[in-house]
Write a protein that binds this ligand. Structure first.
Ligand SMILES: [Mg+2]
Length: 110
C-alpha cells in the first residue's frame, strides 16, 4: 500500500528530524542550529548543482564515470528536506509560506 504524501507529511518528517538533531547536538537554544542547518542547505545545493551538471553532460568524463546515475531526485529531496528542517527550527510554517508564495506567483501572471 502506498503511503499518502503531502506537505503535512514533509512538515512532520522535518519536525521529527529537527528534534533528533537538537538531541544529537545537545542544544537547548534553537538559534544555535540556524547557521549549521543553513550551511547544510548550501552543501546540499552544491550536490544538486553537481547532479544537474552531470545530468546535462557538463561534468568532466572522469567525474561522470564515478557518479551514480539516479541521484538527481534524491539531491532535490535533500535541498527541500533541509530547508524544511531549518523552517521548523526557526518556527516558520512552511506550508503556509508555500501556499502564500504560490498564490502570489499565480496572481502575478493572471
Ligand atoms: Mg545530498
Amino acid at each position: 500500500m502506498k503511503r499518502k504524501f503531502d506537505l503535512s507529511t514533509l512538515k512532520s518528517f522535518a519536525k521529527k528530524e529537527h528534534q533528533r538533531l537538537q538531541k544529537y547536538y545537545n542544544l537547548s537554544d534553537r538559534k544555535q542550529l540556524n547557521l549549521p542547518i543553513t550551511v547544510k542547505i548550501m552543501e546540499e545545493l552544491g550536490e544538486l548543482c553537481n547532479e544537474v551538471l552531470a545530468n546535462s553532460g557538463l561534468q568532466r568524463k572522469e567525474k561522470l564515470e564515478k557518479m551514480q546515475k539516479d541521484n538527481l531526485a534524491e539531491e532535490f529531496a535533500d535541498v527541500i528536506l533541509t530547508a524544511c528542517i531549518l523552517a521548523e527550527n526557526m518556527g516558520v510554517d512552511i506550508e503556509k509560506g508555500v501556499k502564500k508564495k504560490m498564490e502570489k506567483i499565480e496572481k502575478r501572471y493572471k
